[in-house]
Design a protein around this ligand. Structure first.
Ligand code: 13P
Ligand code: ZN
Length: 198
């Protein structure tokens, strides 16, 4: 799993350096066969150490390494809901977090399809109601949402993206953040949307 360890550290540093998550927030995992490699709890994505990543089984049992992210239930439930997903990225990126605090969002799809790349990389974005970080019920709700989407917004919190690869999940997280930023930039002005193919 050396390559996966290196990839998590590299993507974590890249996301942190570009302020796509700040402080000691966010977490990343990769599923390799029946094992999940996940970032440790309480660490900055900017300073991950390959040998200190945590190793879990598919039920979230801790097998090796540091204490795992408290959001391990989100990651485990996402893999359970999406057998073809091999990576999960959770970020507190500013604009996505800002949108997640707005009242009156459509819980079935809380980000409008403003750009082609949103439609191509993000898709529909269910909103999961607020629960404290690490709450196992939050993991269950994300799992439910992930059965029909690979992009989720956690109310008053941030984003969760699943991908076939880590690069794909990171790409979707960046694109979701861009859509949230554009949504806040256009503000109250009338907008046109990109249509989803049926
Ligand atoms: O983003 C976070 C909680 O939602 C960070 O938690 P961890 O440090 O436990 O991964
Ligand atoms: Zn979080």
């Amino acid at each position: 799993m050396a390559a996966e360890r290196t990839a998590i550290v590299r993507h974590g540093a890249s996301l942190f350096d570009r302020r796509l998550t700040a402080g000691r927030t966010g977490n990343i995992s990769v599923r390799v066969g029946d094992r999940i490699l996940i970032t440790p709890t309480g660490t900055s994505l900017g300073g991950l150490i390959p040998d200190e990543l945590a190793l879990l089984d598919l039920n979230g049992e801790h097998l090796d390494g540091s204490k795992p992210s408290k959001e391990w239930p989100i990651h485990v439930e996402t893999y359970r809901a999406r057998p073809d997903s091999h990576a999960v990225v959770h970020l507190h990126s500013s604009h996505a977090a800002a949108v997640s605090c707005l009242a009156g969002l459509d819980v079935a799809d809380c980000l409008p399809p403003l750009t082609a790349y949103h439609v191509m990389r993000v898709g529909r974005v269910p909103l999961v109601p607020y629960m404290p970080p690490g709450d196992p019920a939050l993991g269950e709700e994300v799992g439910r949402a992930m059965s029909a989407a690979h992009s989720v917004l956690l109310a008053n919190h941030g984003s969760v993206l699943a991908g076939k690869t880590l690069a794909e999940a990171v790409d979707a997280a960046e694109e979701l953040e861009e859509t949230a930023r554009i949504l806040l930039l256009v503000g109250d002005r009338p907008v046109s949307m990109v249509t989803y193919n049926p």
